[in-house]
Design a protein around this ligand. Structure first.
Ligand SMILES: [Fe+2]
Ligand SMILES: [Fe+2]
Length: 282
């Protein structure tokens, strides 16, 4: 198998990161890289489990009535595993009204999707003894997807910025770029489900690669990396986690505005109001 040296070094975190590794770590990392490439090559082989290519994803763009980046609150649930399913009869659910002064916990109960994924990721981080701030980051890491799935790390980081520490903002923002890049030192591999979601031959866009390189060399790299290592790519529907498990952590690390989220006149209040009432016509 051909190895693209540049890609390998970038995948390991850049020249500086590679230089800091001993021989054994380098050998392990090379082995991980080759095995993930092999998996991709096998997956792409005719007759093997068929993952779509980037071109196949692009061919579907004008064959559906929505764009894949649309926020989850604005569209019926649909599955990346079954992109050709007949979606003509799927509907969005009626949303319950929210309290007059909504709290973050209210958003978990009434609006956040995928809340089960957020709760399970935070529960995993908690079980592993991660710091409270990173448990909070895991709890909120995909909250931006309700509004917009495209660039959801940035949307998610922006909506929480007035209420949490900069460390939490960083972790949420950069998990988006880091999830494409393995880090053998913490056992993070490229998620197999991304062959399906993004295309088996997908290469992250230049701004994502640049964000990865920036984060990789940042003092808070591991905060964002821990969000990816606790991100669950296969959800267990039998595991029920309640947001009540996290009310103490939320109380200590999320500055709940007394007027309620959406009504506190910050630069992001309108984003919370959009989630409160996504059925508003204009
Ligand atoms: Fe995410
Ligand atoms: Fe996630």
């Amino acid at each position: 198998m051909d190895v693209d040296r540049k890609e390998l070094i970038a995948g390991l975190g850049g020249e500086a990161a590679v230089k800091s590794m001993d021989h054994e770590a380098r050998a392990d990392a090379l082995e991980d890289f080759l095995s993930s490439r092999l998996d991709a090559a096998i997956a792409a082989r005719p007759g093997a489990k068929a993952f779509p290519t980037v071109a196949e994803h692009e061919n579907r763009v004008d064959r559906r009535g929505y764009r894949r980046g649309v926020g989850r609150l604005f569209l019926h649930e649909h599955s990346n595993k079954n992109p050709d399913a007949d979606e003509s009869k799927l509907r969005v659910p009626r949303l319950a009204p929210m309290p007059a002064k909504p709290t973050l916990v209210d958003f978990f109960n009434y609006r956040f999707t995928p809340a089960a994924h957020l709760l399970q990721s935070a529960a995993l981080a908690k079980r592993r003894g991660t710091s409270e701030e990173i448990i909070l980051a895991c709890l909120l890491h995909d909250a931006g997807q309700g509004l917009m799935k495209t660039d959801h790390g940035y949307w998610g980081a922006q909506i929480i910025e007035p209420y949490v520490s900069q460390r939490v903002v960083f972790a949420v923002k950069y998990h988006q770029a880091l999830r494409f890049y393995p880090d053998p030192s913490v056992g993070y591999e490229y998620p197999e489900s991304y062959f399906q979601t993004f295309g088996v031959d997908y290469v992250p866009l230049p701004h994502i690669k640049a964000a990865y390189e920036y984060a990789r060399n940042h003092k808070w790299y591991m905060e964002a990396r821990l969000v990816t290592t606790n991100d669950l790519y296969s959800f267990d529907p039998s595991v029920q986690v309640s947001v009540d498990e996290f009310t103490d952590i939320i109380g200590r690390h999320f500055k709940q505005p007394k007027e309620g989220l959406g009504y506190d006149n910050t630069p992001v209040s309108h984003m919370w109001r959009t989630m409160i009432n996504p059925d508003a016509p204009l």
